[in-house]
Design a protein around this ligand. Sequence first.
Ligand code: PDD
Length: 282
Amino acid sequence: QVIYLNGEYVSKEDAKISVYDHGFLYGDGIFEGIRIYGGNIFKCREHLERLYDSAKSIMLNIPLTQPEMQDVLVETIRRNGLRDGYIRLVVSRGPGDLGLDPRRSPKANVIIIVEQLSIYPEEAYVNGLKTVSVSTRRNVPDALNPKIKSLNYLNNILVKIQANLAGVGEAIMLNSQGYVAEGSSDNIFIVKRGVVYTPPCYCGALEGITRAAIIELSAKLGYTLKEEPFTLHDVYVADEVFFTGTAAEVIAVREVDARIIGEGKAGPITTNLLQEFRKLVQ
Ligand code: PDD
């Protein structure tokens, strides 16, 4: 396994950064999770745009242009010889001193890790995941805009811990007003009477690339899709619930807080969207 680290390709053992890195000390940085399907980077431009937008928003200077970053991604994949896998692209503020001041971290760290992906078993895409809602609340936009895919994932980690304690694979996070935001690392959709709903990003959802792909696919397939705030009640009584994300793709939910969703397995719209999504990435 070869890791890209600030212009060099190094082994996993040699891929080391300073303990003064502000990504480590303060979660000061941004990242992307990207898929490679059949040797192609899925939605590369979209991921890079989100990364560079996140960087601009937090005034983090990425020492590569977007086209240079794309070249480096391609080269890292080539060196790893992977046709299907997962890319983790991380840009941290870089090493500084113990203070917060980013002016003391003039050189960002750029890291690209390419790996095989461990995803949910195929059975889960048919039967759906069991999930629970958790008490951890998503950062609301006035704290840290959820559009910034930052290294501050403590909320999400707490959600994952609560999911683990409940013995489920993914959990549902609300925002501080009680509206559904997203999962620990996936966007959420519900279907009711043939209409597909997903929370607007201002409810505390990341502007997911898979989410955008599903919104586009829904239109193509003739489904009505609404970006509207909804509550847990709406989730409990939905005909279908599913998560979307780079790692998870489109995965059905069969149970939320012990309420069985629809028939207790992937519903017809979820199944259709998954199939069409998989055609898209072939
Ligand atoms: N997840 N919401 C959160 C909090 C996420 O971390 C992610 C991505 C998503 C889905 O976004 P996208 O479709 O752009 O991946 C939503 C991890 C990093 C992943 O799935 O790779």
